[in-house]
Design a protein around this ligand. Sequence first.
Ligand SMILES: Cc1ncc(COP(=O)(O)O)c(C=O)c1O
Length: 361
Amino acid sequence: MSRPALAEVDLSALRHNYDLACRLSAGGKALPIVKANAYGHGATAVAQALEPLTPAFGVACIEEALELRDSGISKPILLLEGAFSSDEIALAADQDFWLMVGSQHQAAAILDSAPARPIRVWLKIDTGMHRLGVDPQIAKALYQTLMQSPRVAEGIVIATHFACADELDNPFTAEQIRRFDEGTQGIDAPRSLANSAGLLGWPQARGEWNRPGFMLYGGSPFASSHPEGDRLLPVMTLKSAIISIGQVPVGESVGYSSIWTAQRPSRIATVAIGYGDGYPRNTPNGTPVLINGKRAPLAGRVSMDMITVDVTDLPDAAIGDEVTLWGRGLPLNEVATHAGTIGYELITRMPLRTPRKYLDQ
Ligand SMILES: Cc1ncc(COP(=O)(O)O)c(C=O)c1O
């Protein structure tokens, strides 16, 4: 028997979530974002599962796009950070990669390049994120320059990115949409504004192209219940099993730094998963795990390869029992809150060490 720590990836849940993204796109297209190894789920498997359904993919950089080409993905791939050098522009044109133009510097590099064929570009406008994107005041002139260039293919998309769309009562998203509308007046081009939070929570942000990431993997970007966010199904379930059970008397402590001390005669289960497998080290005492579908609290510091769980109230718990760390039955966002982070980070930093097991019912 092999070590039981693994991340199950449910491809039918992924397709369910993508279908929701398509429905919310309301006639527009949903471009799945599969950067960072598809948010930790395995870029190749995720892209292969979605390729028959989607017009194109989005990744951060050319290395990620080339990995998809190497695994046989043939649909166009948008590079969200654009190209970093003229070599990359030429390669992008060859490979049918689309380039986000997020600065005048990137626009100039394309205009000065000599790709073998015209390249598809998306022009990103900075409406308040102040990370990438050109000033709305120059958007129209730059759009026209790009459109007239023989280096640039027809069909430039104009785009922006939201800073606070996960906060439904934050007026800044409406302000970003207003700035986008104002800066793009007179530009007759397809639009792309919405990430997951935009698609799920801001109908006025939907465009001809939408860019869902986190929601595809079943994560709701919102802190509380939301009618659309609640329809998402978890894709990754992080699992392992109990490998040992021991008794700990009152006053004795468990694990590194002795951060948990028994207040009653306790039964402690050791589970084969740790921060080396992607379960965060700073997850505190009391964070729930599921053992045979029942909750039990973490007791003691997370080690590299193991955690310890108080199963005093689960007298049936036994060596070999399955343990769920997050996923089906235990929301990712709930565990992330305990660990002082967001669900995005937990799934995205899943290490290669943890085997991915793909389910497709
Ligand atoms: C430009 C851009 N669009 C879309 C996304 C997807 O965002 P989310 O995962 O919140 O849906 C990202 C992710 O960071 C992004 O950088």
